[in-house]
Design a protein around this ligand. Structure first.
Ligand code: NAD
Ligand code: UD1
Length: 330
């Protein structure tokens, strides 16, 4: 069985479905601090399988030990953590405590039970802002906010662990910008409050929840002046995790691997693609740049192709359609 921490969250829930589709049995552990319990029912109804879910904080070693005693866990995927950049600047201790302590507790219990295959949710945010594009895994590392530092520190902890004992097999997946939703329209991203990220904001403008999009800056050195990012469909991302698990089962050591599409799109291109895919117009205004944003960020994806035999399959149009289907069916 595969232990999935944070399996009720946006990326974790889609990955649970792809794991089940690939024939794996899973155990989810989630404390629902940023997700809803009904997501577990949705995973079960989409896959027609029953899923074990333990309501617990990953930092609770006693509960984690109970899970490893009760179920034959052979590997773990670690999604659980806090993820909002702005909030991490306001509450650094909460971010360091949750993200780092949960990883330490998980690795300690895994070690105790001789389970040493781990897939970790890292982020493109670990790359230093001064790098040339596209970013490959050897690009220089560095962060500008506590959230990013937790990811970089955890990657280091995991590298040290695999050096200490080569029986560990660890893959840190550096995600670019996940968007989209499950094609059923039943599973997707549910941000609370005002969305920070572009696609959830656009879908809320489309549904009438917000009156217009604020485009953060049109004076970047990009195709049309707006920020360029590498958007990846969440189901492609989920499939990448299944490939990473296969890789970890057959190789030792630790690897950091980009999961992105390799293509950058500007904010205006995303608006246009969304309007085209949904036939809904998205009113917008140009606002000043958002502090901390960079002009362009996209991945070099050769390593994922080489090691995982994986690349994205889903188009930007599909990402827009699926994001909208989820928002409009809520
Ligand atoms: P999410 O908030 O939707 O999911 C995280 C899940 O973990 C939630 O269900 C939450 O309740 C749970 N959780 C948090 N702390 C926990 C704890 N201590 N114990 C048990 N459960 C806990 O986030 P997501 O978008 O699915 O992201 C998953 C992972 O991927 C995170 O580690 C995030 O930092 C990373 N990541 C996300 C993005 C993105 O854009 N969404 C990009 C790069 C990396
Ligand atoms: C965000 C996170 C980053 C994370 C990444 C992937 C922040 C500050 N950074 O980055 O840590 O790794 O997601 O999930 O949250 N934009 C607008 N208007 C909006 C929202 C966004 O114009 O209302 C623009 C941004 O300026 C940017 C692009 O859209 O150019 C994408 O923004 P966003 O979705 O927030 O992702 P990132 O900035 O890449």
């Amino acid at each position: 069985m595969i232990l999935v921490t944070g399996g009720a969250g946006y990326i974790g829930s889609h990955t649970c479905i792809e794991l089940i589709n690939a024939g794996h049995k899973i155990v989810i552990v989630d404390n629902f601090c940023n997700s809803e319990r009904k997501v577990i029912d949705t995973i079960q109804s989409i896959t027609s399988s029953s899923v074990v879910c333990v309501d617990a904080d990953v930092r609770d070693k006693q509960k984690l030990t109970g899970i490893f005693k009760n179920y034959p866990i052979s590997a773990a995927m670690h999604f659980a953590g806090h993820k909002a950049v702005g909030e991490s600047v306001a509450k650094p201790l909460s971010y360091y405590k949750n993200n780092i302590d949960s990883t330490l507790a998980l690795c300690e219990v895994m070690d105790e039970f001789d389970v040493r295959k781990l897939i970790f949710s890292s982020s493109a945010t670990v790359y230093d802002a001064s790098n040339k594009m596209p970013l490959d895994e050897e690009s220089s590392l560095g962060c500008t906010n506590p959230y990013g530092w937790t990811k970089l520190m955890i990657e280091q902890i995991l590298r040290d662990l695999s050096i200490s004992n080569d029986i560990w097999s660890i893959v840190s997946l550096r995600y670019f910008n996940p968007i989209g939703a499950h094609k059923s329209g039943k599973l997707g991203e549910r941000p609370t409050g005002i969305p920070n990220n572009l696609m959830p904001y656009i879908t809320q403008v489309a549904s009438g929840k917000r009156d217009k999009l604020h485009v953060f800056g049109n004076d970047y050195p990009t195709i049309d002046g707006t920020g360029v990012r590498d958007y990846i469909h969440v189901v492609d991302l989920a499939e990448g995790h299944v490939r990473a698990l296969d890789y970890a089962r057959n190789h030792g050591g630790s690897q950091a691997i980009n999961l992105g599409s390799g293509t950058g799109y500007s904010v205006l291109q995303i608006i246009e693609a969304f309007e085209h895919a949904t036939n809904i117009s998205i009113p917008y205004v140009i606002d000043p740049r958002r502090p901390g944003d960079i002009a362009t960020c996209y991945a070099k994806t050769d390593k994922a192709k080489r090691l995982l035999n994986w690349q994205t399959q889903r188009s930007l149009a599909q990402m827009c359609e699926d994001s909208w289907r989820f928002e409009s069916q809520k």
